[in-house]
Write a protein that binds this ligand. Structure first.
Ligand code: UDP
Ligand code: MG
Length: 306
């Protein structure tokens, strides 16, 4: 049974040789029949060059070069679309997903116990702020989505061909892959692990990149007015709550209350609520807009295959 391992990489020149040797070592413990599909997500450093160097030594390493940086989730999607294996794995390119775990994951799919097996992070070693933000996101996602996904799950996973085909049928442009992977159903199991911090190179999805990405998105797709509605609305709401507390406490200690205060506060309150709602609706409208544009999730410049 052929195994395809998909690894997205963006500006990872420091780690490429180690990444490949560790991946080969991890894979060799359970199969010789594999391909490693590295997706170069428009790196600006020597990532692609180093990948092609590795490919010269072992042609089981294939390289998908995207035409520019499309982002982590798009890069995974690109790699998956080229995978020819009967069993397919997804692993980050910074060795935060330990390749030695692939064996246990592969085994559970190969033995037909599960169709999808994902890595469940017991402990996460990241910068404290990032850790808190990620945790809050996961909790919120689990609460808000109707997908009963456990928190602390990322892209690290192994699945069979049937699950992959179902996964690839999901064509939406805003792709949160761990969510989509739960959406497809099938028999899903997990392998627990402690997620180590990055040992080489910096996170490409750090806070400043996310902020810059957010700004890029605003200016190139002009969603700024919608976001502003939401932010101004929330600020207005906070201001109103503060004002109300202030006015009430003045009243309690018997200080003069001007009659127009309450009118002003309720006016602000309603105005803010309306702006918040408008912002939220805007978020959905924007997503509909992106879907109807129907731009591809990724564009391949070249596929280095044998
Ligand atoms: N990555 C990518 N495109 C990007 C950003 C990141 O292909 O635009 C890759 C990156 O090289 C790494 C993986 O996605 O292999 C995870 O990225 P990172 O470690 O920065 O994310 P985190 O671990 O912080 O979620
Ligand atoms: Mg990482």
């Amino acid at each position: 049974m052929k195994f395809s391992l998909v690894i997205p990489v963006y500006n990872e020149e420091k780690i490429i040789p180690l990444l490949i040797s560790e991946s080969l070592r991890g894979l060799s413990t359970f199969t010789d029949d594999f391909e490693i599909i590295c997706v170069d997500d428009g790196s600006k450093d020597r990532t692609l060059e180093l990948l092609l160097e590795q490919r010269k030594k072992d042609t089981r390493i294939k390289v998908v070069a995207l035409s520019r940086n499309f982002g982590h989730q798009a890069a995974y999607t690109a790699g998956l679309s080229f995978a020819k294996g009967d069993i397919i794995g997804m692993m980050d390119g910074d060795l935060q997903d330990p390749p030695e775990l692939l064996h246990a994951m592969y085994q559970k799919v190969h033995s037909d116990t599960y169709d999808v097996v994902f890595g469940l992070r017991k402990e996460r070693n990241e910068a404290p702020v990032k850790k808190v933000l990620i945790k809050s996101f996961h909790q919120l996602f689990t609460r808000l989505s109707n997908i009963r996904a456990p928190a602390n799950v990322g892209n690290f996973s192994v699945m069979n061909r049937a699950a992959l085909e179902a996964f690839l049928q999901l064509q939406e442009k805003n792709r949160y892959l761990p969510g989509l992977r739960f959406f497809i159903g099938f028999r899903q199991g997990f392998v627990e692990y402690d997620r180590p911090d990055r040992s080489i190179g910096e996170a490409k999805m750090n806070l400043s990149k996310l902020t810059r990405l957010a700004l890029d998105a605003i200016f190139s797709f002009s969603k700024l007015p919608l976001r502003l509605c939401l932010i101004v609305g929330i600020l207005g709401l906070l201001f109103t709550v503060g004002g109300t507390i202030l006015v009430l406490s003045f009243k309690l200690i018997g200080r003069a209350i001007l009659g127009w205060s309450s009118v002003l506060i309720s006016m602000y309150f309603l105005g803010s609520v309306q702006l918040v709602f408008l912002g939220v609706i805007g978020e959905y409208v924007h997503r509909i807009y992106v879907e109807t544009q129907n731009r591809p999730v990724f564009i391949v410049r070249k596929y280095y295959d044998s």
